[in-house]
Ligand binder design. Structure first.
Ligand SMILES: O=P(O)(O)OC[C@H]1O[C@H](OP(=O)(O)OP(=O)(O)O)[C@H](O)[C@@H]1O
Ligand code: HPA
Ligand SMILES: [Mg+2]
Length: 187
């Protein structure tokens, strides 16, 4: 799918597919350098992180294990409810393991700050974050993010894992949603 197939729902392409893939290679090179010789567990945050998790894991040379957590704070809207719920917990015990959380986006930062304190209490050997996208508001949270793909403007974005009401996750690029699709509600 490319820009010609945007239809009426998407306002514009913010990050085209080739830029996403180039960034994945950059992030993977940094992770490879930092975790050489270590036993690394990637923790993907469902469902948004599915694409970045799959692409990052495939690009890494470091052998990794992969586990998933599902938490939800957005429901079907464009605003964080502020309440984080665990929908699916990790299968793995992360005590004494090197853990890298893989996220699609840090928006308000609520999800990650909650997740970091939750996972830290389980005693990992190390705990770092890799997030593909970060919005300006996230800078205000205390979460220390080791690997960042792109800093983006404060617009609601979809594609490459990111949804609006469970749609658009399968777009291979990141785009902004036309305001009429979500009723012009501010993000
Ligand atoms: O920084 P925050 O404001 O907390 O927002 C970021 C989180 O919100 C989205 O998840 P969502 O709850 O929509 O679940 P999903 O990944 O299944 O779409 C996104 O995937 C992040 O996990
Ligand atoms: O901009 C966004 N798009 C999709 N999901 C999100 N979750 C937090 N922010 C966003
Ligand atoms: Mg979502």
């Amino acid at each position: 799918m490319d820009e010609k197939d945007l239809g009426a729902d998407l306002a514009k392409v913010l990050i085209p597919e080739d830029q996403l893939q180039a960034k994945v290679r950059e992030l993977a090179a940094q992770v490879d350098a930092d975790y050489a010789g270590k036993d690394l567990l990637l923790v993907g945050v469902l469902k948004g992180a599915v694409m970045i998790m799959a692409d990052l894991a495939r690009t890494l040379h470091t052998p990794v294990s992969m586990d998933w957590m599902a938490v939800s704070s957005y429901g079907s809207g464009t605003k964080s409810s502020g309440v984080v719920r665990i929908l699916k917990d990790l299968d793995a015990d992360i005590m004494n393991r090197h853990v890298l959380i893989v996220e699609d986006i840090i928006d308000s930062g609520l999800t990650l700050s909650w997740l970091v304190s939750n996972l830290r209490s389980r005693g990992p050997a190390s705990l770092e974050i890799c997030a593909l996208l970060r919005k300006p508001e996230a800078v205000r949270t205390e979460v220390d993010v080791r690997y960042i793909g792109f800093d983006i403007p404060n617009e609601f974005v979809v594609g490459y894992g990111l949804d609006y009401a469970e749609k658009y996750r399968n777009l291979p690029f990141v785009g902004t949603l036309a305001p009429h699709v979500y009723g012009g509600e501010s993000v």
